[in-house]
Design a protein around this ligand. Sequence first.
Ligand SMILES: [Zn+2]
Ligand SMILES: [Zn+2]
Length: 273
Amino acid sequence: MGQYQRPLVSVFLSRLSPDAQMMRLIGSLTELGRSTLDLLVPSHCPFCDEIVDAEGLFCARCFRQVEFVTDPVCAICGVMFSYAGQAGAGSCCSVCLANSPAFSGTRAAFRYDTHARKLILQLKHADRIEFSRILAFHMTRVGSAQLREAQFLVPVPLSRRRLFQRRYNQAALLASAISRATGVMVLPDGLVRRRATQPLGHKTAAERHAVLRDAFAVNPRRMRDIAGRRVVLIDDVMTSGATANGCAVALKAAGAVSVTVLVAARVPDPRLA
Ligand SMILES: [Zn+2]
Ligand SMILES: [Zn+2]
C-alpha cells in the first residue's frame, strides 16, 4: 500500500521543502477531512433541525422568524427603539440619559424572544455548547466595529457555585468563539465575582444596579492586561444592563480605557415597545 502511495504524493510535493511539504499535506488532508465531514455530518438549523448549507445559518423559514437587532437602538445600552424619534439627546434611551452606565456602547445580535431564548437556554442548561459558535457567528457580525477597536475580550464571570454546577461559563464559550473568528485575545479570567448574587428576576432595574454595582472585580493577576486597554465585555443576554455595568465599573477602576458590551441577545424594554 505504502509503495503505491509514495510516488503519488511525491509528484505533488517534490518541489517544496520538507517542512512545507508536510504542512501542505496536513492542510490538504484537513480540508479533505472537513469536506468529507460536511458531507457525512451536514449542518442543521438550530431551531428546527433542517439541513442548511453551513454552520451558523438558519433555514429559510426560521430566518424569517428570527428577530435580529437592527437600528434604531440606544447608543449606550443597545435597547431597541420602535422608531427613530424615540431616542433622547445623544441617541440614548431615557434610562441611560438619567444615569449613564460605566460602559460606552452595546451591540446585540438578537432580540431576546422565543427563538433566541431557545438557543441560549439550551446553551446554558442543556450542554448544547455547539450553539455558542452559532451565537458567536452573529455576534461577530453585529459587533464588527467594536471588535476592530478591541484589545481584549472579557466574559462576564459566573459565581464559583454556578460554574461548578454548569461546568462551563457560556459567556466564556462565546468569547472564545469570537476570539477564534477575529483574532482579538480573550481573558477568560479577567473578571471575578466578589460574591454570589441572589436571583434577580423579581428585582427592579434600580435594585439590580444596586446589587451588582460592586459584585465584580478584576482578577488581581490580570490588572496589567486591563490597564490602558479597550475591552469588549461578552455575555449571553442583557436585561437591565446592571450586570454589564457592575463589570464595567470594575474594568474602568482597573484602568480600562473603554468598555463596550457585546451580547447574543437583548431583552426589550417594555416601555419602548
Ligand atoms: Zn429552521
Ligand atoms: Zn440606553
